[in-house]
Design a protein around this ligand. Structure first.
Ligand SMILES: Nc1nc2c(c(=O)[nH]1)N(C=O)[C@@H](CNc1ccc(C(=O)N[C@@H](CCC(=O)O)C(=O)O)cc1)CN2
Ligand SMILES: Nc1ncnc2c1ncn2[C@@H]1O[C@H](COP(=O)(O)OP(=O)(O)OP(=O)(O)O)[C@@H](O)[C@H]1O
Length: 192
């Protein structure tokens, strides 16, 4: 049966992510790493995130982005509101932060600094074919995506089965333009 509430979607996806074998996870991470690098080639600045727990992605992916783009920014989460940012300068500069996250120790950049990014990779539990994204439920990215430049790809990074037909959408939800999945790489979403 199709789950209806966002909460139920979150519960199922988190459970499914936790059950993924380590070798599958490593293989998926490698594919995402290559696909993300392809999508960021030749850019001046990109935004991405430091994956924690069972989230898709890896520090290798961030390091690959650094080789493709002059600046890689990752979020710094404070009180719910638009995300602040800091430059990812390598894994040694990360420290444990609130909400169980890993964040850079360097200078904190204000929310509007995301506007200089040419591609924005964002964490998601799922995304649908219209670009509707399911996040962790604090609304950080909904408050952030209005600051991203017009026409800039907003790319939800998910496992293959997390690109789904339809998610519940609320008025405040901001849509993504693309998904990035291990098997399909960069997928353009219709925005309908
Ligand atoms: N890796 C990563 N970084 C990210 C995000 C993400 O989803 N993944 N975010 C995407 O938006 C922002 C942080 N978003 C968050 C959204 C909700 C909660 C949350 O509900 N926390 C629970 C406690 C969770 C715990 O400790 O396990 C809480 O506050 O009750 C935390 C962070 C910015 N950085
Ligand atoms: N632009 C906004 N202004 C004020 N509140 C907002 C805004 N966007 C979202 N919210 C609040 O954030 C709450 C969580 O939103 P939602 O469940 O869509 O989060 P999410 O996108 O899954 O989370 P995240 O982006 O943190 O991963 C909403 O109930 C809403 O109250």
């Amino acid at each position: 049966m199709t789950p209806v509430s966002k909460q139920e979607w979150r519960r199922r996806i988190v459970a499914s992510r936790r059950s993924v074998d380590a070798d599958v996870r490593v293989a998926e991470s490698l594919k995402l790493c290559h696909a993300a690098a392809d999508s960021a080639r030749g850019t001046a600045a990109v935004a991405a995130y430091v994956p924690v727990g069972s989230e898709p992605g890896s520090l290798d992916l961030l390091d690959a982005l650094r080789r493709e783009s002059s600046v890689v920014m990752v979020p710094v989460a404070g009180e719910p509101g638009p995300l602040h940012w800091a430059e990812y300068t390598g894994r040694d500069s990360l420290k444990a932060a609130r909400y169980g996250l890993l964040e850079p120790t360097g200078e904190i950049l204000d929310p509007a600094s995301v506007s200089r990014c040419d591609v924005v990779f964002i964490p998601a539990l799922a995304v649908d074919l219209r670009g509707v994204r399911l996040g962790r439920g604090a609304g950080f990215y909904d408050r952030t995506l209005d600051l991203v430049g017009t026409g800039v790809p907003v790319v939800a990074v998910v496992r293959d089965g997390e690109l789904v037909d339809e998610l519940p959408e609320e008025q405040h939800d901001r849509r993504c333009s693309h998904a990035l999945t291990p098997s399909r790489g960069l997928v353009s979403l219709s925005g309908e």
